[in-house]
Design a binder for this molecule. Structure first.
Ligand SMILES: Nc1ncnc2c1ncn2[C@@H]1O[C@H](COP(=O)(O)OP(=O)(O)OP(=O)(O)O)[C@@H](O)[C@H]1O
Ligand SMILES: [Mg+2]
Length: 322
């Protein structure tokens, strides 16, 4: 069976040699939630935007991304707009960027229902209020008549989730949807997302390992524009193979709860966009690097590394870089 989303060797460059996404391989199965995690600037957002024809001006996208077997890369703007509206929904970190600041929230949801459902005009606003109630917004009839800025950040993100899912997409792309929220609200919004996407495939972008454990079935760890490790959340968080993944997880003190909080900082720098990377891009920061690493490893059996941690080594490996 074909995967719902199958990304192969996806690349985004900003002119010759200025590659920001350097050959991403990633799959999302039907109904599955896959988290993409990695440090700032590693190409998470760009990967998601490139799939849907939303990469910034001047970006050139190549490689392959198939939705249900159909190629997205190279599609025209009209076709992509159709896919974005219908089959793939996106939620961003800042809901204000997607909401119209001068239109009542309920009206915006009703407009979306006009596009995606055969619902009659008279029924739409009422349905919008019900949608708001369904995502836990109290006093929804009053809230629906308010402008986006009158709602809290958490409420706005709930509105975005209700709109994104009302279109019944096959795939939801969520790019740091809870990062701007305070911790309690973040937990509530994550719980809502989890509950509402049981049957929807989700590509969930985050830099928070705690969120990965909370929401995802599988995880893809990105480094410098590539996926360097992938596997089930359990495999990757409990037995990281790539030294980069191990480093991300290591700084967390309690081994029974190895996955809360933001990415720790790792000494050294991520290669800049346009910087020529010979061999493994992590090798300058890697405690395991040797001569083999002057050749770039490819993603094989879930890891792109010449010296991955094996089961027996994971503990020792965690020791030697401490
Ligand atoms: N318009 C652009 N022109 C040139 N470089 C760009 C442009 N947009 C993004 N980039 C570069 O592409 C790289 C990847 O950006 P991207 O936004 O995908 O990172 P990210 O992993 O989502 O980071 P964050 O966690 O901060 O959101 C960055 O280094 C960024 O500087
Ligand atoms: Mg981003």
């Amino acid at each position: 069976m074909t995967e719902l989303l199958d990304i192969e060797d996806l690349r985004v460059d900003f002119g010759t040699g200025r590659e920001a996404v350097r050959g991403v391989d990633l799959r999302v199965g039907r109904g599955e939630t896959v988290a993409v995690v990695g440090e700032s600037g590693c190409g998470k957002s760009l990967t998601a935007l490139a799939l849907l024809g939303l990469a910034p001006d001047g970006a050139r996208v190549s490689g392959s991304a198939r939705l249900d077997g159909a190629e997205l890369v190279g599609l025209g703007e009209r076709e992509l707009r159709g896919i974005r509206g219908d089959r793939v929904s996106i939620i961003f970190q800042d809901p204000m960027s997607s909401l119209n600041p001068t239109t009542r929230v309920g009206t915006q949801i009703a407009e979306m229902l006009a596009i995606h459902t055969p619902m009659r005009r008279s029924a739409r606003f009422r349905a919008a209020v019900e949608l708001m109630e369904s995502v836990g917004i109290t006093d929804a009839p009053e809230r629906a008549r308010q402008m986006p800025h009158e709602l809290s950040g958490g409420m706005r993100q709930r509105v975005m989730i209700s709109m994104a899912l009302a279109a019944r997409p096959d795939l939801l792309i969520a790019d740091e949807p809870t990062t701007a929220l305070d911790v309690t609200v973040q937990a509530q919004v994550l719980a809502l997302l989890r509950e509402r996407t049981r049957d929807t495939a989700v590509l969930f972008i985050t830099h928070d390992m705690g969120v990965v454990a909370e929401i995802a079935d599988r995880v893809a760890v990105m480094y410098a524009g590539r996926v360097v490790e992938t596997g089930t959340v359990r495999e990757v968080l409990e037995k990281p193979q790539h030294p980069y993944t191990a480093a991300l997880l290591r700084s967390v003190p309690d081994p029974d709860r190895p996955v809360s909080g933001e990415l720790p900082s790792i000494p050294g720098q991520v290669p800049a966009v346009g910087e020529v990377v010979e061999g493994c891009p992590f090798s300058p920061r890697c405690p395991r690097a040797d001569d083999a690493c002057t050749t770039a490893p490819v993603l094989e059996a879930g890891v792109a590394c010449w010296h991955p941690h094996t089961d027996a080594q994971t503990e020792a490996g965690a020791e030697d870089a401490r």
